[in-house]
Design a protein. Structure first.
Length: 753
């Protein structure tokens, strides 16, 4: 079947090349449009507690501060008086004039000194927005920034002032921009680096350019297809860098295998057409099997409940499928036309011939075959040592570098942190909905709110609590009861506060928990758990019968984490089971798939250990711009790294096993087949690994921390897999197992003969 397909491919090569050329041009023109179609925020397909809290805020409050910008203003003098005070008033007026702004909370409206830094030269205010879809809120960022810039330009000494707009939507928008910039920047950097490695691998410029063409086309076509899918299902902005990494990596990886095999066939005396057909039959088959194993990992991500992970799964399926199609259709068609021209210029091949000499790898293979147990022990001990830090793995929001500090929104967060007010950006939001007939301002309800507020304030991780009983510090419950008994009076005195913290029907109320400046995002997740424990324990009897939901950014992240971790065992089982089944069918063996699954699991475990060591514990993190331990690893990282690494590791497993099996079928000698397979694929695996490490490693220096996690993890996994796993452990085990590697398929074959 493969030979027939290969002959058809060569016969219709001009049509194949023309079709891909048209697709490539269209993709190049349309790929850039995808960026603006991607979702900025994640979501879950389950009604989490935080989502319910957000829904209650939107539905039960007239002007909820559920979506808001935080605007920091810095100047040369005290910001509440003189010209700086006039600037502040002008900025507040400009914010209130925006049609999508529902209210502004500042030192002017609340007389709360916490809105101003101790030196008086820095202040901030909150701009509450009308509830809309997340991306509509993001569309309001640019007009607000432009309005503030216009105000600033009218003031003298405007260069002495700094006005920064931050908050969830500005951060999301800046992250989208940074992600796109990082993807383009890394692609530009990686092309020459990759080309240099390919020139070394092939010893020829023509052969080296072909994988670059395949990799770049895979990225452009995948981006275009993801843009089309984004009109049907939400796709996260997170896929931008993933498509760049995976597309360039696997596209070049598969091309390297195909071109290397084509040159082998040409050197064996075949004509270009026959060499292309035989390459499709052998290397093309290996690429398809390898692609299917990678697809299994990405396909498992579709079972996750989060937009981010499902998006990565869909994008991975698309980009790997495109790369496989390009490597098995366009590449053989081009090779059949080029023939010996892929070796040009020939003088370069002569100078780099040393890299392709198999003697080094043959000697290595013979050494392994003589001492397989020793090699197995040394390799296993190395992997175990690298895996050891994984016992300290902590899943959660990282304590530092979570927001890109080079952006305006990131700089705004840094300003708030210096003021000790960063907790205002991500408050823990406790929404309390009292039963029908019970008012949130009744004496009983106020006693319950006061007890809750007092309990929360005893926690040193909490800086402040905002609620109906915290509107004026030092006020007693009796005074609050009298105050709320006259609704018109309290609304006249505190209109913005009342709209934000008391529902329209009077039954729902909001309690905002402001975390202290020493409380990191990692610790904040523990605070959310404790708050949920307090409100769910029925210890505050005045709140019994009320519906209480805890929301906010940290609570939402905690809910997403819980959902994803519940699905993780299923994802692991699915990837292991399906991959093992596929390999068992392809190689007609029981031992080969078991060994492959175990080896890949060891590679993933060691990768997790190094991620914990470098990022969570901060050992060597300064290389990647991390000035201290992150204290935790974001939940997406182990899930995505496991799914992607397991699939990519199978690339080299399939490449190696396919050649060993091919040699074994021809010779019947397992020792000889292992040596031959290792020496034939070692240079290919090494070159492919160098390219993968360069591609993934570049993203370890990205400005988005989660991409640093993933880029580092993938680069390390490929390094371990191409060295210790594929060059030491796998050949050693193949040598030890002998003919049992191919049981029962070979026995059946011989019995049939």
């Amino acid at each position: 079947m493969f030979e027939s397909l290969g002959r058809s491919l060569v016969r219709w090569r001009w049509a194949v090349i023309g079709l891909w050329a048209v697709i490539g041009v269209v993709a190049a023109l349309r790929a850039g449009d995808t960026v603006g179609m991607l979702e900025l925020r994640g979501s879950a397909n389950s009604p989490t507690e935080a989502r319910v809290a957000d829904s209650l805020l939107s539905a039960r409050f007239s002007r909820p501060i559920s979506e808001f910008f935080a605007v920091t203003v810095q100047g040369p003098a005290r910001m509440t008086t003189g010209i700086p005070g006039q600037l502040l008033d002008s900025l507040l007026a400009a914010a209130e004039a925006q049609p999508f702004v529902s209210g502004v909370v500042s030192v002017r409206s609340t007389r709360d000194s916490s809105f101003v830094a101790r030196d008086g030269r820095t202040t901030f205010f909150l701009v509450a927005l009308s509830p809309r879809r997340s991306d509509s809120i993001a569309a309001a960022v640019a007009p607000v920034r432009q309005a503030f810039d216009s105000v600033l330009r009218r003031f003298p000494d405007r260069d002495a002032y700094s006005v920064l707009v931050t908050g969830r939507a500005p951060l999301d928008l800046d992250i989208r921009q940074v992600s796109a910039e990082d993807a383009h920047r890394n692609e530009r950097k990686l092309v020459p680096i990759t080309l240099a490695i390919l020139v070394l691998a092939f010893g020829a410029l023509v052969a080296a350019f072909l994988p670059i063409v395949v990799g770049v086309m895979a990225i452009a076509i995948a981006l275009t297809l993801v843009g089309l899918l984004a009109t049907i299902t939400p796709m996260s902005v997170f896929v931008l860098n993933m498509i760049s990494m995976i597309g360039l990596g696997v596209g070049i990886d598969y091309s390297l295998l195909v071109i290397t095999r084509f040159r082998e066939e040409m050197n064996a005396g075949m004509r270009p057409d026959e060499a292309a057909i035989h390459t499709f039959k052998t290397a093309g088959h290996a690429v398809m099997v390898s692609g299917m194993t990678v697809v299994v990992g990405f396909g498992a991500l579709l079972l996750t409940p989060l937009t981010e992970t499902r998006s990565v799964g869909i994008a991975g399926l698309v980009v790997v499928a495109v790369a496989v199609l390009l490597a098995t259709t366009l590449l053989p068609a081009l090779l059949s036309l080029l023939g010996r021209n892929i070796d040009r210029p020939r003088w370069l091949a002569r100078r780099l011939a040393w890299y392709h000499r198999p003697q080094i790898w043959e000697r290595w293979a013979r050494t392994l075959s003589r001492h397989p147990y020793r090699a197995l022990a040394i390799g296993g001990l190395t992997i175990a040592t690298l895996t050891l830090p994984v016992i300290n793995l902590r899943i959660g929001l990282p304590s530092r570098h979570w927001w890109p500090e080079e952006t305006e929104a990131g700089a705004g967060i840094a300003t708030l942190e210096r003021m000790g007010m960063s907790g205002y950006i991500q408050p823990v939001r406790v929404v309390i909905d009292f039963p029908e007939g019970t008012s949130a301002t009744s004496a009983t309800a106020l006693r319950g709110l006061r007890k809750l507020s007092d309990t929360l304030r005893t926690d040193t991780r909490i800086r402040d609590v905002k609620s109906l009983v915290d509107i004026a510090p030092g006020t007693g419950l009796l005074e609050y009861s009298l105050l709320y008994s006259e609704p018109d009076t309290v609304r006249a005195r505190y209109p913005d506060f009342l709209d934000a913290y008391l529902g329209t029907e009077g039954r729902a109320t909001l309690v905002d928990v402001i975390l202290s400046d020493t409380t990191s995002l990692t610790t904040a997740m523990d605070v959310v758990k404790d708050i949920r424990g307090i409100v769910g324990s029925d210890e505050i009897r005045q709140l019994r019968g009320a519906t209480i939901k805890v929301g906010g950014y940290v609570a939402s992240s905690l809910d997403f984490q819980s959902l994803l971790l519940k699905r993780f065992p299923l994802i692991i089982a699915l990837i292991l089971g399906v991959t093992a089944l596929m390999l068992a069918i392809v190689f007609k063996s029981v031992l080969v798939p078991i060994k492959a699954v175990v080896m890949n699991s060891l590679s993933v475990a060691a990768t997790f250990g190094l991620i914990v060591l470098v990022f969570q514990q901060g050992i060597g993190g300064s290389i990647f711009g991390i000035d201290g331990p992150t204290s935790a690893i974001f939940v997406l990282v182990p899930v995505i790294v496991f799914a992607v690494v397991f699939g990519l590791s199978m690339d080299y497993e399939v490449f190696l096993l396919a050649r060993i099996k091919e040699a074994y079928d021809r010779t019947g000698d397992n020792t000889l087949a292992t040596r031959e397979g290792l020496s034939a694929t070692a240079s290919v695996i090494t070159s492919a690994a160098l390219i993968m490490i360069a591609v993934f490693g570049a993203f370890a220096f990205a400005r988005i921390l989660v991409m640093q996690f993933v880029g580092f993890g993938l680069a390390v996994a490929v390094l371990l897999d191409a060295t210790i796993i594929r060059m030491v452990l796998v050949p050693s085990l193949m040598q030890i197992a002998g003919s049992w590697n191919w049981w029962p398929g070979v026995r059946r074959k011989r019995e049939e003969k």
